[in-house]
Design a protein. Structure first.
Length: 321
């Protein structure tokens, strides 16, 4: 997938998302306009990031003679527009999923988690580890660092990477992380996650989860406020506002994994940092109660498997070219 194809794909994805919303939900117009408003409000930040990356790209191109200034600027603009359309389309579809199917898969994921962790609940394990970890720092990465990198990755590829095969490969992983994992597999295993389990299904299985957070700092408080807001928006506004509830699989972990893969592809020396990055996002996704552990495991397995296939395909194509 080239940058030009990414732009066309993003526009097409947004149009399909709007069509799906109008087919499955009564408040489609409100939901679509809200998601577009969210993206429009983020455009100034997106343009600032694009300007910064373009500046860096121009310097790199001048030194290594990899791209012309015009190519760098045009590619950054195309990637920015494609990213805006792509993210708007994702939000529209994600918040429309409960109108296609009801949430149903949580009890199954609870059982799978217990089997995988020898009878223990992963969130309990993560909270027992929490006293030994810099949780507020990890919460900042989960809350702010992940989102920034997730949004700007296509723009960074457009401006700072001259390896066409690698850019195409990472863009395919990027689109797959959001669409296949965040939309298609999410619909196949529609779930609310541990933090909302008791409120949705009844009972008190996860009653100790919110109360067992360690003393909450500013970043964790933002996460807790966001969780409560998501529930209010789901119960009172039909997910027409906000980013919606959906646990399985984890887009957080899938995007973190592809970022880790990209770092490794740029330099094998970055592999330890990449592993720590993915582990931190996986850990916080479980600790906060947004996700079951299987959500992250499935995302890692899918992204790594797809990457191995794409890399083998590209190496084979290079041999015969």
């Amino acid at each position: 997938m080239t940058i030009n194809q990414f732009l066309r794909f993003g526009i097409g994805y947004l149009l399909i998302a709007i069509l799906i919303a109008f087919l499955v939900r009564d408040n489609a117009a409100e939901a679509v306009s809200e998601k577009v408003r969210i993206i429009i409000s983020a455009i100034p930040m997106l343009l600032f990031i694009a300007f910064t990356l373009v500046s860096m790209g121009l310097v790199g191109s001048a030194i290594y003679q990899t791209k012309t200034p015009k190519e760098t600027i045009v590619h950054a603009l195309l990637a920015s527009i494609g990213t805006a359309c792509f993210q708007a389309g994702f939000l529209v579809i994600k918040t429309s999923l409960p109108f296609v199917l009801p949430f149903f898969a949580d009890p199954t994921f609870v059982k799978i988690d217990k089997v995988l962790h020898l009878g223990a609940d992963p969130w309990v394990i993560s909270h027992s580890w929490g006293q030994h970890l810099p949780l507020e720092w990890l919460a900042g990465i989960y809350l702010h660092g992940w989102l920034t990198i997730a949004i700007i990755l296509p723009i960074a590829l457009a401006t700072l990477d001259s390896d066409e095969a690698r850019v195409k490969r990472i863009l395919i992983l990027y689109a797959s992380a959001w669409i296949i994992i965040g939309n298609l597999l999410a619909l196949a295993g529609l779930s609310v996650g541990p933090i909302f389990f008791d409120r949705f299904y009844g009972g008190d299985y996860f009653a100790d989860l919110p109360g067992s957070f360690l003393p909450i700092g500013p970043n964790m408080q933002v996460i807790r406020n966001a969780q409560e807001s998501l529930w209010i928006l789901y119960t009172h506004f039909g997910q027409s506002q906000g980013t919606g509830i959906s646990a399985f699989p984890s887009v957080h972990v899938s995007v973190a994994t592809l970022v880790g893969i990209y770092l490794y592809e740029r330099s094998a020396y970055l592999l330890p940092f990449a592993v720590i990055w993915v582990a931190a996002i996986l850990y916080m996704s479980v600790y906060t109660g947004y996700h079951y552990a299987i959500d992250g495991y499935a995302s890692i397995a899918f992204i790594v498997g797809l990457w191995l296939y794409l890399r083998r395909r590209d190496k084979k194509a290079a041999r015969y070219s």
